[in-house]
Design a protein around this ligand. Structure first.
Ligand code: ADP
Length: 334
């Protein structure tokens, strides 16, 4: 997964972990997913069976890891956390799966980044709870059939389309996490502020929510920035003035767009005449990874109506022009 510098930072991770809801009822939003999960968990618990394998997909920061942890807690199961890139060899996944107990949850983040050898190794593990492990090579090669305990695999990916269809079809439940509504984010920010012992007006909380790219992780991150600003420049309380000033410093605009979102739209408009432009070309112009643009930047711009995707490429919408204050007739005069 494409992580921002802040997300890679351990302090940021522990901050996120502290604010993570601990149960389905503590979660805010994603009603549909929560209801389906609640039923699946209750049914599995009643039958005293492990849950089916689950795939969560959706943009970063919407709660995939949070839901995996909550499921483990509600199933009273241990969770083993790993990621696609960390499982480089069959031996890595073998080591993990041979140690699981019945009902344990194995969480694989960025599951679309598993290499094909490891992926194929996982198929029989998911389907029949066994693995065929080859030891030695050449003449001495031997295949050992190794039975596994019944576990639940929870995979997370930014886009379900990135998964091969054999892997996708082995998940019993597929859940798409959607962007949150501003009111839901306001609830999340308010809950986080309470947990951090911060006081603030409803308006200030709502302002943070409205600028959070409809993403809980960003909402919590902005809250942290605003808290710092309030403590240094104010009395510690969150007011609209404090929020506005600190988000201005963070270069988050009134629609929640950050520097990269705006550079993306500006390049599309000034370099490619508003499009259509291919994603590779845009990535090269911006000096950014294509994955970052496709997983992080574009979904939000599409959802908010700044961008259109056509067969010929990406196009900026009139809303993008007006938001950036660029006239469609003279795109180079920014
Ligand atoms: P993902 O795995 O999709 O990238 P995470 O599960 O790590 O996202 O979520 C990021 C942070 O957002 C969590 O630490 C948590 O504090 C917050 N969060 C996510 N989903 C919710 C939710 N439904 N309600 C409240 N907070 C949430």
């Amino acid at each position: 997964r494409v992580l921002s510098a802040e997300e890679k930072n351990p302090a940021e991770n522990s901050f996120n972990a502290a604010l993570r809801p601990q149960s389905l009822s503590e979660c805010i939003g994603q009603e549909n997913v929560r209801e389906k999960l609640r039923i699946a968990v209750e049914a599995a618990n009643k039958r005293d069976e492990p849950l089916e394998h689950i795939l969560f997909y959706g943009p970063p920061g919407l709660g995939k890891t949070t839901f995996a942890n909550i499921i483990a807690r509600e199933m009273n199961a241990a969770i083993r956390v790993t990621s696609g890139p960390a499982l480089a060899k069959q031996g890595d996944i073998m080591g993990l799966l041979s140690n699981v107990n019945t009902g344990d949850i194995v969480f694989i983040d960025e599951i679309h980044r598993l290499n094909s050898a490891v992926e194929e190794f996982i198929y029989p593990a998911m389907e029949d709870f066994k693995v065929d492990f080859t030891v030695d090579s050449g003449l001495h090669a031997k295949t050992i059939n190794f039975p596994l305990k019944r576990f639940t695999l929870i995979g997370a990916t930014t886009r379900a389309g990135l998964l091969s269809s054999p892997l996708r079809s082995r998940f019993g439940m597929l859940y798409h996490l959607e962007y949150y509504k501003v009111e839901e984010l306001a609830e999340i920010v308010s809950r986080s502020a309470d947990m951090l012992g911060l006081k603030g007006s409803d308006e200030a909380i709502r302002l943070i929510a409205a600028r959070s790219r409809r993403t809980p992780r960003i909402a919590n991150r902005l809250l942290k920035r605003v808290r710092d600003y309030a403590q240094v420049k104010g009395t510690g309380e969150l007011t609209t003035e404090i929020v506005n000033k600190s988000l201005e410093m963070e270069r988050i605009d009134s629609c929640g767009l950050d520097r990269l979102d705006r550079s993306f739209l500006r390049s599309l408009i000034s370099v490619y005449g508003g499009g259509p432009a291919g994603i590779e070309a845009l990535a090269a112009t911006l000096g950014e990874e294509r994955d970052t643009l496709e997983d992080v930047v574009e979904p939000y711009l599409l959802q908010e109506g700044f961008l259109r995707r056509t067969k010929r490429g990406r196009e900026a919408t009139p809303f993008a022009y007006s938001h950036l204050g660029i006239s469609p007739q003279a795109p180079n005069n920014q």
